[in-house]
Design a protein around this ligand. Structure first.
Ligand SMILES: *[C@@H]1O[C@H](CO)[C@@H](O)[C@H](O)[C@H]1NC(C)=O
Length: 545
């Protein structure tokens, strides 16, 4: 009774404060009550949850390969995932007291197994995920065993996440799951998170933890904006002078080949692609380790000592880039490399007499966009020669550079975003949308709702054009972000993007999203992610400090 009494008090107090807040902020608000029933994020495409309940016990429950599906037996990626999800379901019990049995749970049947069925003869266990990976899966939770069916390991990974979200604990610490049927597949194939490791160095652990959190939200691309003006932490094998001179610290603030490989494998085991971005010709101040690569800026006849974008007028530039991207193509297994191409400042090029001469020789007149195009064209050819596809920021398209038909154009400018999507897709290019999801911008209030409401297909275009929009990315630029605040700035705000890119177009109810996301955020906290709160409330299991 005492317990019940205090519950009422807590609820009353929290309703009171809710009213006060609602007056000043037009937000959805409902106090998080002790309501353990599983909450799914992102919402599956088709979902039926029944009132029948099953018990699960950590002592007897198993995730196993179905006896009828042997193709993926011995697939260590999958076995690791079985272990991981078992731990998420049972390993960090919210209530540490000995599990008792609720009246409701006492006569419930026990669910003893989740059987995983991989249908394709090649489960793709030793492959890397790609833009065409099949992430669809079906879950059936019923007696005597639950099943998870997918074509390949990629769908199984997504289904394991969903299954783990269905399991919840009642107030007696009994694990329960409702009878459930799910058919699920992503709406968009490219669901990315961009991290910036140049403006601040991010320790390996932070990146790995982000990959975990990404898998909780069914993201499948880690867009690694690895270098930029401020620092060059990538330790190149061919050109070690790049990080030796360009990293914040040549030993402690770098990513070695072993680090990179570990990140790629950790991501792969979670069905996440790693797409590195080596942004040129602008954003390259930190590439100073390579002699004569950057353009010397002039004041009249004299060099100022400052340097501008990569020098597009020298053959040595392309020799270097050829060797460099050959290495990058080998180190990063994904079929795509992001080549940047954004925000090129022409002032330094304009000041340099050798570049002026080169412009005349090439017949570019005074149109520096032609010079930029000349450079990018060369880089694209180099990367294509190394058998890689490329992604670029929208300026490359806007400036009329000739790009391969399978180029992915990333739209990042929020102004005229819809017109840009129309233009890019009308020209027949595949595109992804980043513009509404620059999570480095912060404001007071529940800005996740703004991210949630953004709809990638809301632009003027034919069905064929809309098919060319293959997804989007939540971008966390690093000016104000390092290991101390990355997780809380990214989560759960990026979760809103995760659901927008995974769930159906009709999944737009903000109040339902609020209820599910609040619980999902608590689940992330419980799994060790410092996801920030959406609003007033608490978690059954608070972050361990
Ligand atoms: C799960 O089952 C319980 C007990 O029958 C029921 O109260 C609850 O509404 C069910 N959950 C969902 C999401 O339908």
């Amino acid at each position: 009774m005492a317990k019940l009494g205090s519950w009422f008090l807590v609820l009353l107090l929290r309703f009171g404060s809710a009213l006060a807040y609602q007056a000043e902020e037009d937000t959805v608000y409902e106090p998080v009550q002790y309501s353990p029933s599983g909450s799914l994020w992102p919402l599956p495409q088709k979902l039926h949850i029944g009132p029948e309940l099953y018990r699960l016990s950590a002592l007897t429950f198993q995730i196993v390969h179905s006896p009828h599906s042997t193709a993926a037996v011995g697939c260590s990626m999958l076995d690791n995932a079985f272990r991981r999800y078992f731990y998420y379901m049972f390993g960090s019990s919210a209530r540490k007291d000995t599990p008792g049995l609720a009246d409701s749970a006492g006569d419930t049947e026990e669910l003893r197994q989740l059987q995983v069925i991989i249908i394709a003869s090649d489960p793709e266990c030793n492959q890397h995920p790609s833009v065409t990976s099949n992430e669809a899966y079906e879950i059936s939770v019923t007696q005597p065993v639950a099943t998870l069916k997918s074509q390949t390991v990629w769908g199984a990974l997504r289904g394991l996440e969903t299954f783990s979200q269905l399991v919840y604990e009642d107030e007696y610490a009994t694990h329960l799951i409702n009878k459930t049927e799910i058919f699920d597949a992503p709406r968009f194939a490219h669901r990315g998170v961009l991290l910036d490791t140049s403006r601040h160095y991010l320790p390996l652990k932070v990146i790995l933890e982000t990959l975990d959190a990404m898998s909780f939200n069914k993201f499948n691309v880690f867009h690694w904006h690895i270098v930029d003006d401020p620092s060059f932490p990538y330790q190149s094998i061919t050109f070690p002078e790049l990080s030796a001179e360009g990293a914040y610290h040549p030993v402690t603030h770098i990513y070695t080949l072993a680090d990179v490989k570990m990140i790629i494998e950790y991501a792969r085991e979670r069905g996440i692609r790693v797409i590195p971005e080596f942004d040129t010709p602008g954003h390259t101040q930190s590439w100073k380790g390579i002699r004569n690569l950057l353009t010397p800026c002039y004041n009249g006849e004299k060099p100022t000592g400052a340097f501008g974008p990569i020098n597009p007028s020298l053959n040595t530039t392309y020799d270097f880039l050829n060797q460099f991207f050959k290495e990058i193509s080998l180190v990063f297994p994904d079929a795509y490399i992001h080549l940047g191409g954004d925000e090129v400042n022409f002032e330094c090029w304009k000041s340099n007499p050798a570049i002026t001469q080169f412009m005349q020789k090439q017949g570019f007149g005074s149109d520096y966009r032609k010079l930029e195009s000349f450079y990018i064209q060369n880089v694209l050819d180099i990367v294509a020669a190394n058998m890689k596809g490329y992604m670029v920021w929208q300026e490359v398209f806007d400036n009329g550079v000739k790009i391969k038909p399978d180029t992915i154009v990333e739209v990042w400018m929020e102004r005229n975003m819809k017109a840009e999507l129309s233009k890019v897709t009308l020209a027949g290019f595949t595109t992804i949308l980043a513009a509404p999801w620059y999570l480095d911008y912060i404001t007071y209030g529940q800005d996740w709702q703004k991210y949630y409401r953004a709809e990638p297909l809301q632009f003027n275009g034919t069905t064929a054009q809309k098919k060319l929009v293959i997804g989007g990315e939540a971008c966390l630029w690093g000016e104000y972000v390092d290991a101390t605040n990355l997780a809380s700035r990214l989560w759960p705000r990026a979760s809103a993007v995760g659901e927008r890119l995974w769930s159906s177009e009709e999944t737009t109810d903000i109040s339902d999203a609020y209820n599910r996301l609040t619980k999902h955020r608590c689940r992330m906290v419980r799994r060790g992610i410092r996801a920030e709160p959406l609003f007033v409330g608490y978690c059954d299991y608070e972050y361990k400090v």
